[in-house]
Design a protein around this ligand. Structure first.
Ligand code: SF4
Length: 695
């Protein structure tokens, strides 16, 4: 019988960007009972396998419970003093850009806000970037080019109100399962058509009307083909086009592309174009398969162009829709946790925006040039330009492309601080100072999901050992670096109010992100705050953007961007003839520090593997379950072969979850080339070239 003596706490699942609401009840023995929150607008009570196993993952196995300096336990006072000292000293001797923070979409918004404020307003550098750079930076850049801001136009309801949902580079069934279930339920109820565009046949193809197994990286050729077909069919929305610039240039660029580059048949292409053009309500959902590319931003704009040309945006059941990987990737975007953004969707390059943030923070400086994006940041660590690095809740020694080089760069850095909940990670091993942070279930703050809904994460368990919340640790460093008043926060509620007030300043400067209607929220209001979708001002709450044809570029118009298809950055050679696609599996999350604690989650796919087409396997004398050796110019791995025609001949797929701690030979990102999109800086994690051989 469940212990009812503990109150039920409303919180949010910490895994993916769907942002499902959960109800938590402590069991009195350090564990949690978890159920879906029937009142949360993201999931209405549903949970996927990962969310429903949350209660099995809150134990203290492997937890970092006290500060450590060079491997020995230390007091908070000693550790914080050392960190503040070394950062202050490094800035004094080598300048603000000699230090950096590499943070995470696992941070709560309040944590993110304080870290961003410290780096951009008080250190005076924009060298703060996040692992969300690996997840959705191309969407941010594509949105800003098209809309003038990083705005997700629609809502989850649009997926249910659409006549046609197109999934591009998204295995939604595994990576955003509850959202996928919402689409399938709508399909059942009202016959929504479903198209999946992915080189790989994934679980998301089950029950879809159409799967277009296009060639890796050819999404822009496909959507340029669609734009040409829209034009040829006379399906441009003439009324809406009055609100758009760049249409003729985008159409002209699209006409130069040949959709044969997709490798799809004429019949497949024409069937897709006809279905898209013939469906008034279309939502095009895209994710890592689009973003993680050296042409990711152009792919995003190729998709957005089709929606702008046809006015399929801002109306019920329409719009391009970026789904984010992490629980708070969106919150990080909103607080400016990227090296090239300011808080509240203000622009680092805009002097008026910089001045507004500078004045609001009353800070000694404000960063005025973009900082180093993730891949460049670790290059700068490697060559000594960055001499002090603080890594917060992420494991770049495993998850960055060219991970061996990143691991070596961190190992060679003068001073490395890692804040984490886990004592032994590939990155934590390299730290000079380890700072123990509270984990999900123990911490308190807000997150934003993929449809702009801001929800609370709440404390349901006591903080174990000497762990402290991230906002508290970062603020303490800010105080010890000499900025006592600016970082004198007593609670996440106080940080949230400051953030909401700053968003009001952003609103007066014409930005989309404005939650100033929450700026006066008291502590009890914050405590009980229900999920709400931004914007949230006196005059406007939630809803869709752009229905009125008003965008955020000067002149108020949206922009179609001329783009051309480009092949992936790495070209297969005789030595490395395969294209390596990396991704997630259904029941694991990132580097498995939490999900691996659940036996039932680990039972789904228990070991690292490589999907390879049977014809390629036969040619290489590889049988099912053989070990295979992968090489790339950057690294190597040994995986177990799974023969499947879900991947195309010449393509292979491997999950990205295993680490040096869990499977030393299977750190798959060690093979990934550190090639990035020139606009967004997002790495191409889905099209590196490798060799495959039987082990
Ligand atoms: Fe958590 Fe995402 Fe699953 Fe929802 S869909 S329960 S947010 S992992």
């Amino acid at each position: 019988m469940k212990d009812q003596s503990f109150p039920e706490i409303r919180s949010t699942c910490p895994y993916c960007g769907v942002g499902c609401g959960v109800r938590l009840r402590a069991d009195g023995n350090g564990g949690l009972d978890v159920r879906g929150d029937p009142d949360h607008p993201a999931n209405f009570g549903k949970l996927c396998s990962k969310g429903s196993a949350l209660g099995e993952t809150v134990g203290l196995d492997g937890r970092l419970l006290s500060p450590r300096i060079h491997g020995r336990d230390a007091s908070w006072d000693e550790a914080l003093e050392l960190v503040a000292d070394r950062f202050r000293d490094t800035v004094a001797r080598h300048g603000p850009d000699s230090v950096a923070f590499y943070v995470s979409g696992q941070l709560l918004t309040e944590d993110y806000y304080v870290a961003n404020k410290l780096m951009k307003g008080y250190v005076g550098s924009a060298n703060i970037d996040t692992n969300s750079r690996l997840c959705m930076a191309s969407s941010v850049a594509g949105h800003k080019r098209a809309f003038g801001t990083d705005t997700v136009p629609g809502t989850y309801e649009d997926l249910e109100e659409a006549d046609l949902v197109v999934l591009v580079g998204s295995n939604l069934a595994w990576c955003h399962p509850v959202l996928h279930q919402r689409i399938l339920a709508a399909r059942e109820a009202r016959g929504t058509r479903l198209v999946v565009i992915d080189p790989r046949r994934t679980a998301s193809c089950d029950g879809a009307d159409m799967h277009l197994g296009l060639a890796a990286g050819s999404d822009a050729a496909l959507f340029n083909g669609l734009l040409s077909a829209i034009d040829a069919a006379g399906a441009i929305d003439d009324d809406f086009s009055a609100h758009i610039t760049g249409m003729q240039d985008a159409i002209a660029a699209a006409a130069l592309d040949d959709d044969a580059a997709t490798g799809l048949t004429r019949a497949q292409l024409d069937a897709f174009y006809k279905l898209w053009i013939g469906s008034r309500r279309v939502v095009t959902v895209y994710s890592q398969g689009v973003n993680q590319s050296t042409s990711g931003t152009d792919k995003v704009n190729a998709i957005v162009n089709c929606h702008l040309a046809t006015g399929r945006i801002g109306l019920p059941g329409t719009g391009p829709f970026s789904v984010t990987g992490q629980p708070n990737a969106m919150g990080g975007r909103e607080v400016g946790g990227l090296a090239n953004t300011l808080a509240c969707h203000l622009d680092l390059e805009n002097p008026d925006h910089r001045a507004a943030v500078h004045q609001f923070w009353d800070s000694p400086v404000i960063a005025d040039t973009p900082g180093k994006k993730a891949v460049d940041m670790f290059r700068a660590v490697g060559d000594g330009r960055i001499r002090a690095l603080w890594i917060i809740h992420t494991n770049p020694a495993v998850t960055m492309p060219d991970a061996d080089a990143v691991r070596d760069a961190i190992a060679g850095c003068d001073f490395v601080v890692v804040s984490d909940i886990t004592a032994q990670t590939d990155t934590a091993r390299l730290a000079h100072v380890l700072l123990p942070a509270t984990a999900w279930g123990e911490k308190d703050g807000t997150v934003t999901n993929s449809d702009r809904t801001i929800s609370r994460q709440r404390t349901a368990l006591p903080a174990p050992g000497d762990t402290r919340p991230d906002w508290d640790i970062i603020a303490e460093i800010g105080r010890r670096m000499g900025h006592a008043a600016a970082f004198d926060y007593a609670s996440p509620a106080e940080i949230f109010r400051e953030y909401a007030a700053l968003s009001g300043v952003a609103g007066t400067l014409g930005r989309d992100f404005d939650i100033s209607g929450k700026a006066e929220l008291g502590d009890s209001g914050y405590k009980t705050m229900a999920p709400f979708r931004w914007p949230f001002t006196q005059g406007r709450q939630g809803g869709r953007f752009f229905a009125d044809g008003q965008f955020y570029h000067d002149g108020g118009k949206g922009r179609m961007i001329p783009v051309r298809h480009r092949a992936p950055g790495s070209t297969p050679t005789a030595d490395t003839p395969f294209r390596l696609n990396t991704g997630r599996i259904r029941d694991q999350w990132h580097t498995m520090t939490r999900t691996a604690l659940s036996p039932r989650l680990s039972a789904h796919l228990a070991e690292p593997y490589l999907e390879i087409h049977p014809t390629d396997a036969a040619r290489l004398h590889i049988s099912p379950a053989d070990l295979v050796h992968l090489h790339s110019p950057h690294g190597r791995a040994i995986l177990r072969a799974r023969l499947t025609d879900a991947v195309q001949p010449g393509d292979v797929f491997a999950p990205m979850h295993w680490t040096g701690e869990t499977a030393p030979a299977a750190r798959i990102d060690a093979l990934v080339a550190p090639l990035t999109d020139p606009v967004s800086g997002q790495p191409e994690s889905k099209a590196s070239v490798v060799s495959v051989a039987r082990f």
